[in-house]
Design a protein around this ligand. Structure first.
Ligand SMILES: [Zn+2]
Length: 464
């Protein structure tokens, strides 16, 4: 590393107490997006962020949306031909409940000893306030030392990530010009270990539907009708049982037609992670593998689609007994989607599957609640490569490239509306208790995150 970047990394480490003081203020806002009683906290948190970005010499403002406000900032100190990076973070957090399980008050940041050294405990330390501070502090330190940044920087911090970003797409549409950039940088994902960084290079999509099976026009006495009428719960159970074949493949018509296989190189990256499947299953009390035959666990989690029943109900489920043949039966269904698949085509297949499995005297209704496509981030994109080089310089080892089995609608929104690929360079640990009581962020992760973002800026210098 150049001596100049070494100096900045040392500064970042020396200034950690100041960083923690700022993080403590950020944490103190009870910015719980799902709870309408915290509307004023959301606004106050935005105003605090604006002051922080203004203190960095940026133009910053709070923008109202149909939901919670969004904070936008721009730094205009870089050359006009410098790369343009849009940094994304979210200031909203999950509710702290159940409160009695917290060792300390959830919105008062405390530093404790933990297995990876000091750890920062409070709601939002890992997801996403602490993680977000890694790039905020890197920008602060670089700018304070050099007076300007090596990249054109825009910032978007939303307050609805934890409720699936309902206002984001509309906001991006309305402000497309202002938010255009070359790449989007997000620190809201996990590393592999404190000394093993990772970039997430794919996320699965998602669709939701509800199935209602109706038979007789009212609940029937099973003594009078049992044996001669159709039972909607039996019908629904057969339909659900038929959703997978003996090889664990989903039987919805056309389900796999458009599934894209990832490049061989990506499968090699996943293989190199030496994923501990036994430990992964053991941590939730399981031993055996399930799912599509002849696929690795990494493939089944990250690059293959799946279909799950999330809930099933109908008939009498109260205490005691009641001999009834129910009129209706219900199930909630979701599918995780992968690149190539579209939610519209998959839901059409779902309708076809249930229609074909519907016997006489039964009606099946499918309510479709919408879908989000999967996203794949090109691992050899020039900005992703810059992030990979930066992580290697800081950690002295290659970043693991992993997939994500879950869904972040904002990533497909950035791609669809702004054409941006998102660099998912997060510094959380798998044991951060994100969304749970006693959420934490390890101090080593905060420090390594700031260092990584400083070196990423250093990499951008040569990308002009
Ligand atoms: Zn988050």
């Amino acid at each position: 590393m150049t001596s100049d970047i070494d100096r900045l990394l040392n500064l970042a480490s020396e200034q950690l107490p100041d960083t923690l003081a700022r993080l403590k203020d950020f944490i103190a806002f009870e910015s719980i997006s799902t709870d309408p009683s915290h509307k004023a906290d959301m606004q106050a948190c935005c105003e605090w962020l604006v002051r922080e970005f203004e203190a960095l010499g940026m133009e910053a403002s709070v923008r109202q949306t149909t939901g919670h406000p969004i904070v936008i900032a721009h730094d205009r100190t870089a050359a006009a031909d410098a790369p343009h990076i849009l940094y994304y973070g979210h200031y909203d957090v999950q509710p702290p409940a159940p409160l009695e399980e917290w060792r300390t008050p959830p919105f008062t940041m405390v530093i404790e000893d933990g297995p990876h050294g000091k750890r920062i405990v409070a709601r939002g330390t890992s997801d996403d306030k602490g993680n977000m501070m890694t790039w905020v502090e890197a920008l602060r330190i670089w700018k304070a030392e050099h007076g300007s940044l090596p990249a054109r920087v825009s910032i978007i911090v939303e307050g609805e990530e934890e409720i699936l970003s309902p206002s984001l797409l509309g906001f991006l549409k309305e402000n497309r010009e202002e938010l255009s950039a070359d790449a989007c940088m997000i620190s809201d994902t996990l590393s592999l270990a404190p000394d093993h960084p990772a970039l997430t290079i794919s996320m699965r999509g998602l669709l939701h539907a509800e199935i209602t099976v109706t038979g007789p026009s009212c609940d029937l006495h099973s003594g009078s009708y049992g044996g001669v009428v159709v039972n909607p719960i039996h019908v629904l159970s057969r339909m659900i049982a038929g959703l997978h074949d003996a090889d664990g493949r989903v039987t919805i018509p056309g389900f796999y037609d458009d599934v894209e296989e990832p490049p061989a190189e990506v499968l090699k990256f996943f293989d190199e992670l030496n994923f501990d499947l036994d430990g992964f299953l053991g941590s939730v009390g399981l031993r055996g593998e399930h799912g599509e035959a002849n696929r690795s666990a990494e493939e089944r989690m990250w690059t293959r689609p799946c279909c799950d029943i999330n809930g099933i109900w109908g008939g009498f489920i109260g205490e005691g007994r009641k001999t009834v043949i129910p009129s209706t039966a219900h199930a909630k269904l979701s599918c995780r989607l992968v690149p190539g698949q579209t939610a519209d085509k998959v839901i059409a297949g779902i309708r076809e599957y249930f229609a074909a499995a519907t016997p006489a005297d039964v009606e099946v209704k499918i309510d479709y609640f919408g879908g989000t496509p999967a996203v794949r981030v090109p691992h050899d994109d020039r900005y992703v490569m810059a992030a990979r080089r930066a992580l290697k310089r800081v950690f002295a080892r290659d970043a693991g490239l992993k997939g994500g089995g879950g869904t972040l609608p904002l990533i497909s929104d950035f791609k669809a509306e702004l054409g941006l690929d998102c660099i998912l360079m997060g510094f959380g640990m798998p044991d951060d208790l994100v969304h749970a009581p006693n959420e934490k962020f390890d101090l080593v992760c905060l420090e390594a995150g700031i260092h990584s973002h400083l070196v990423f800026l250093d990499e951008l210098v040569s990308l002009r």
